[in-house]
Design a binder for this molecule. Structure first.
Ligand code: ADP
Length: 293
């Protein structure tokens, strides 16, 4: 199990809980999208898994270990890229290699988790990731000389250089224009396939969740007490966006969000709405294709 969450409760100080008695599991190698309305706790969940926040009650483990602090084998990609403005693309990516060497002498905690980047990353691997991310010719540019999409590619290259087994992305593409966003969604899916890294993409965008998440966690208004999961096996296929099954899944997810995840009652109501929506979408598709199926 890559992520195990059991009866987790979390609240910010003097606030009602964001998660209460919440359980959820992610198997190694899975590609998830996490969706829900603004303020429902998507980022909080990601930060808990990243070790940047601590549960108030319950258990949370990554690779079978609790996460009292961030671990180097978890990559975290945020919307604002987190690049150093005074360092070039190459230097921003190579930072991980340098940090790994800096910490070489330090031993990790006895539980075997790795808090520091690997010490054995070479400059050739920096070059290889720049090439794979399509930014090799930008190696000497500074972040303010490249586009948002290219900055996010730099941030992704830096994360993958650490050979993470878990990649957490918090609304990674929401500040990009539509075409760059689609490019990066496709590239992320390819990279996930190539590396087998377990991936969680937080988004508030229905189409993005359905395109990227082979499994989708739907969160509702806080407190979240129940992991509501929509399976979406078609995700990740290059042509998925053009298929009726994709639009059916978008309708199902929209209905789930409108019903508001959280309770068993709302789940049943949403399942009903989703069936109706899917039937409607199927009828519309049949009509659009002139009745042929
Ligand atoms: P989302 O990512 O789904 O928009 P968040 O996880 O950011 O939601 O926030 C969940 C809830 O916790 C919101 O009500 C938000 O206002 C609150 N919250 C987030 N961060 C903090 C913080 N550092 N201190 C207090 N409350 C916070």
């Amino acid at each position: 199990m890559m992520i195990g969450i059991e009866a987790l409760t979390f609240a910010y100080p003097n606030q009602p809980p964001v998660f209460q008695d919440f359980s959820w599991q992610v198997a190694a190698g899975e590609a998830w999208a996490v969706i829900g309305p603004s303020g429902c706790g998507k980022s909080t969940l990601l930060y808990l898994i990243a070790g940047l926040r601590q549960p108030r009650a319950g258990r949370l483990s990554v690779s079978g270990q609790p996460v009292p602090r961030p671990r180097a084998s978890t990559g975290l990609i945020l919307q604002d890229y987190g690049l150093l403005p005074w360092a070039t693309v190459w230097e921003n990516v190579a930072l991980v290699m340098r940090l790994g060497r800096l910490y070489r002498a330090k031993s990790g905690p006895p539980d075997g988790s790795r808090p520091y980047p690997r010490a054995d990353i070479g400059a050739d691997q920096v070059d290889r990731w720049l090439l794979r991310l399509g930014i090799a010719d930008l190696r000497d540019k500074f972040p303010n000389q490249i586009s948002g999409g290219q900055r996010q590619r730099t941030a992704i290259a830096r994360s993958l250089l650490q050979q993470p087994n878990l990649l957490l992305m918090d609304e990674p593409f929401s500040s990009l224009d539509a075409l760059s966003r689609e490019d990066l969604q496709r590239l992320t899916i390819e990279l996930q396939r190539e590396t087998g890294v377990t991936t969680l993409v937080v988004t508030h965008n229905i189409e993005e969740a359905v395109y990227m998440g082979r499994r989708i966690l739907v969160l509702g208004r806080a407190p979240n007490t129940h992991a509501w999961v929509i399976d979406n096996p078609g995700a990740g296929a290059p042509a998925y966006r053009g298929r009726p099954a994709y639009w059916d899944k978008c309708a199902e997810l929209r209905a789930a969000l409108e019903a508001g995840a959280g309770g068993a009652a709302s789940e049943a109501a949403a399942a009903e709405t989703a069936r109706a929506a899917a039937a409607g979408a199927a009828a519309a598709a049949t009509e659009a294709s002139g009745g042929a199926s």
